[in-house]
Design a protein around this ligand. Sequence first.
Ligand code: BGC
Ligand code: NOJ
Length: 811
Amino acid sequence: MKFGFFDDNEKEYVITTPKTPLPWINYLGSNDFFSLYSNTSGGYSFYKDAKLLRLTRYRYNNIPTDNGGKYFYINENGTIWNPGWQPVKAELDSYECRHGLGYSKITSSKNQLEASVTAFVPLNDNCEINQLILTNHSNEKKTFSLFSYIEFCLWNAVDDMTNFQRNLSIGEVEVEDSVIYHKTEYRERRNHYAYFSANEKPDGFDTSRDAFLGSYRGIDHPQVVEQNTSSNSIASGWSPIASHYFNLTLEPGESKGIVFVLGYIENKEEEKWESPGIINKAPAKTVIERYFTDEKVTTALHELKEYWKHLLSNYSVESKEPKLNRMVNIWNQYQCMVTFNMSRSASYFESGTGRGMGFRDSCQDLLGFVHLIPDRARERILDIASTQFEDGSAYHQYQPLTKKGNLDIGSGFNDDPLWLIACVSAYIKETGDFSILAELVPFDNDKTNSATLFEHLKRSLNYTITHLGPHKLPLIGRADWNDCLNLNCFSKEPGESFQTTGPSEGPIAESVFIAGMFVKYGKEYASICHELGDYDEEKRALLAVDEMYDAVLQSGWDGDWFLRAYDAASEKVGSKECSEGQIFIEPQGFCVLAGIGVKEGLAQKALDSVKERLDTKYGIMLLQPAYTKYYLNLGEISSYPPGYKENAGIFCHNNPWVSIAETVIGRGDRAFEIYKKTCPAYLEDISEIHRTEPYVYSQMIAGADAAFHGEAKNSWLTGTAAWTFVNVSQFILGIKPDYKGLIVDPCVPSNFGNYTVKRVFRDAEYFITVKNLDSVQKGVKKIIVDGVEIEGNLIPFEEGKTTYQVTVFMG
Ligand code: BGC
Ligand code: NOJ
């Protein structure tokens, strides 16, 4: 069953009922100001950091769900409704929500009054615009009231939810003309404030939640709206809100627009206010002025659309698979931008108060983003690397506002360091910018202790080399990519989290997955050394890679697949000798994509085992058989009920690893079959089962052991976005950036037909036509660049050349 449809021309997903299985959301904002925006106008806004600078409040675990957002109430002769249906939930005569790239537009109507709200964050200002357009479609004059409503958060979202004894006395607002200023904390020289404005003088306002709602009432029936007039309340403490009230009349056929702006202002040092409590309103007024008319708003929205059009033109495909085209050309890249911006911090499944930017997460997110805005990727790399310690290990997370490592979580995830090599090599291949390696980057954010980025990469590599276990495989530490595989976690006190218990550096538990990573990224590191002409270092790295390769074959192969790990007692994990958890997905995907076992014929065997034991119609499960009880030596993984999350859920993130691995051994049919299984556009028709948004990936789909097999959770913030984009763009469609140019090496289903890719690479445009006349799955017979056949499959990048016409013949 579907709850909407894709409008590819507009690059929008159109939701046709507010009653989606779960809130289906969008992200507004590209740089510093962000909002989560659901199909019923729910969500919240923040500046840079969803925990520390939260502008509007959001209640998690709320019932009904998604209750809280940017609302407009319309009261026409006692009939009260919201354009986004929530929170009043009056039946609407029509409803449509269009989620586009960085904007959402909800249009609905009741009794021939149409209301349409367009919400977006403009490219260059720290604010969210809500443009409301009301149209009278009836033959009679209509008089009605309109109330806007947002609830302010007192900035630090955790404090806001907990420190009531203080917070209920600190709220401060000010109202001037049509602008409501939220000044809480300004007094303490925090020097920032929020405002909510309208471009027209209202007939009244409210800033006290209690006055607006009335006692013992919820946002579904505010007293002020029912009484049809505002109370002009000025909040003092308690819960500040912002609501404008308009009494409006529309002639038949008449339309009227009102522009609301929710903004954030941080006064510069030199603009500091004179006396406590008096804010400098000038910067807010400047922003409000920039969006003061419908025309100005239309222009700003147009600029945003053009911005996205430009970004997406960096990679686009035309094939005979429309669902693939729309994912590659629009939604997958869009989600890569969102995961790059948010890491794992703020979604409808991540509270925005817990996790900031993840080290491994952000490094991987960058793989799917670097082709969009390489400069931002560069800056991010330097931020991430600054949270690395001298010994190569790293803070697992950092706070986006301060960019400092998170002390509560600390370090000890032994895969983290190697992901830095992954993202740096991706960045250099994309841009050719080796200068980044010479940048001085602090250790542990201590500017007095810095080294070049190249040195950071060396420390990453060395960290693995110097942390090997009894089988010469990498020590796993607290966990590797699989956060829940806590092999050194012997004890957990009730209420304690798994990842913060146990020794941060495990005694001997080893990870075959990190071994696969080391082979892959050790080779990447070596190739960087090669490009730099540092052949001794290249040799040293390749030697270590060879040793690791041998260690995997020696101690990491289980007969028909790769072992997952050795636990702290050196017992096998992910082996046919185990009673449960006999085979895991991660080492099969990663070892093969790193090239391990290909020449020995083991790779094919491992991937056949994946198909035989882990595959389902909804995707490949993480492990089988699921753990049915809790194992002290395995940790959190066995704490999940079978079929969910890391305990045999379909963890979408590592499905593309297996798909890539299939391309490594040339099986394009299977690679694409895997791609399609978790791809949201292909799941749109079963939205009642899948339940999350059909335009973005979710972290997990419930596995075969779960009660609700096929049901997805944790949409949006997942490394799946980046890895699937890498898979489909570089390995299936086969256009791969490399140091000296673009490599073309497709691996597609035999009946895939011909296709074209437009790729912008280092400012040059490549128009690539791939012809598969022999219906093969892999192999390139001939490449013609601008009329001339080239040798091999690397199209050399030539400085100064702006277009490349390329025809590729597979066979
Ligand atoms: C795990 C969580 C863990 C999180 C953070 C998830 O996949 O299931 O329990 O806290 O990753 O890294
Ligand atoms: C989600 C985390 O964000 C990611 O870092 C981890 O690799 C996966 N869970 C698997 O545990």
